[in-house]
Design a protein around this ligand. Structure first.
Ligand code: NAD
Ligand code: IPM
Length: 347
């Protein structure tokens, strides 16, 4: 039995999570039994209760095997309040320090690039420290001398473990790893990142490893994404670069995101890479692919790789058959695309 906590969240979050749950149910056969428990937390909950989740929210999630999330954020609540009230504390409290974001050209999906080549790249993003810190503050508020300072926190343990994960990931794939740096401009944390990257590299002679400045890397991802295998980066760089890899593989609605606690001491969290998309929420047109792919990764992580593989195959077949949402140039709505995937799974 896999016990899954489901947080649909805001905007298109609940729409795509519903699609993912239908697909998982259709794919689950003996001996896989799924038990979903839904939590209606998010911006509506905030407007009613003054917080994004109950005070004991983290404790309530702790006992689950996995967490499946839609998206968090809505225009009625400032983004830093909503995200720091729900998604970011979950990533941190459950030490989900690896954010794994695969992107590849699924059959039937066109890249916006003229020459995407054989695009198949995974971004390994640090997920608990770095530029996303709540250390800092503002002084001389609302005067012309106002100053805002936010510190980036890079720990040896934090950098080393994510870099090592990047090397392991590359070792299991094509053996190429690029570290995203910016040590030409950011003179303390980035040389520190580079130093640790080079130290860990010595343990992996079989991996072809190099460092690239994140700005040049961003350009390369647009010009020649097929040359990349695995990219490891800090919290912010990993976020930005994985949004590019998602976009060049078709659209951001396709890509999944696995927030992993590799030691298994806490539940991991699976979600699509995209946000709550207020511009299309409630219209039933959101692309469910990212949430469905995330569901496949979640079942794989829960020890059911065959079921996960069948889900991804059914998704790819559906897209290849021409059933696509409008962000991919198709005409299907969320439900029609989900129906097609469910049907392929024999549901
Ligand atoms: P977004 O990802 O929500 O939307 C960006 C654009 O992509 C929009 O035009 C949207 O319509 C489109 N899009 C996104 N997902 C789609 C899908 N599945 N199908 C079709 N089109 C899709 O990014 P944003 O507009 O910057 O953010 C909106 C809100 O979501 C903000 O509150 C933001 O903080 C939040 N957000 C949350 C997460 C998360 O929960 N992990 C991630 C990103 C953004
Ligand atoms: C993501 C999102 C979040 C992040 C935001 C909404 C805080 O962009 O899941 O990538 O930056 O981690």
């Amino acid at each position: 039995m896999v016990r899954v906590a489901v947080i649909g969240g805001d905007g298109i979050g609940p729409e795509v999570v519903r699609a993912g749950m239908r697909v998982m149910e259709a794919a689950a056969d003996d001996p896989l039994e799924l038990r979903f428990t839904e939590f209606e937390w998010g911006c509506e909950y905030y407007l009613e209760h003054g917080r994004m989740m109950p005070e004991d929210g983290i404790e309530r999630l702790r006992g689950f095997d996995e967490i499946y999330l839609g998206a968090v954020g809505w225009p009625t609540v400032p983004d830093h309040v909503s995200l720091w009230g729900l998604l970011l504390p979950i990533r941190r409290r459950f030490d989900q320090y690896v954010n794994l974001r695969p992107a590849r050209l699924l059959r039937g999906v066109e890249s916006p690039l003229a020459n995407p080549g054989n695009l198949d790249v995974t971004v390994v993003r640090e997920n608990t420290e770095g530029e996303y810190s709540d250390s800092g503050g503002r002084i001389y508020k609302e005067t012309p001398h106002e100053i805002a300072v936010q510190e980036s926190i890079f720990t040896r343990r934090g950098v080393e473990r994510i870099v090592r994960y990047g090397f392991e990931e590359a070792k299991g794939r094509r053996g190429l790893l690029v570290g995203a740096t910016k040590s030409n401009g950011i003179s303390i944390t980035m040389p520190f990142f580079d130093e640790i990257f080079n130290e860990v590299a010595r343990e992996y002679p079989e991996v072809e490893a190099s460092l690239m400045h994140a700005d040049a890397l961003a350009a390369r991802l647009v010009l020649d994404p097929a040359r990349f295998d695995v990219i490891v980066g800090s919290n912010l760089f990993g976020d930005l670069l994985s949004e590019i890899t998602a976009a060049v593989s078709g659209a951001i609605g396709i890509a999944p995101s696995a927030n992993l606690n590799p030691e298994g001491a806490f539940p991991s969290l699976f979600e699509p890479i995209h946000g709550s998309a207020p511009d299309i929420a409630g219209q039933g047109v959101a692309n469910p692919a990212g949430a469905i792919w995330a569901a496949a990764l979640m079942l794989e992580h829960a020890g059911h790789p065959k079921t996960g593989g069948r889900i991804l195959e059914a998704l790819e077949e559906t897209l290849a058959s021409g059933i696509r949402t409008r962000d991919l140039g198709g005409e299907a709505n969320t439900e029609e695309m989900t129906d097609a995937v469910v049907e392929r799974l024999g549901g």
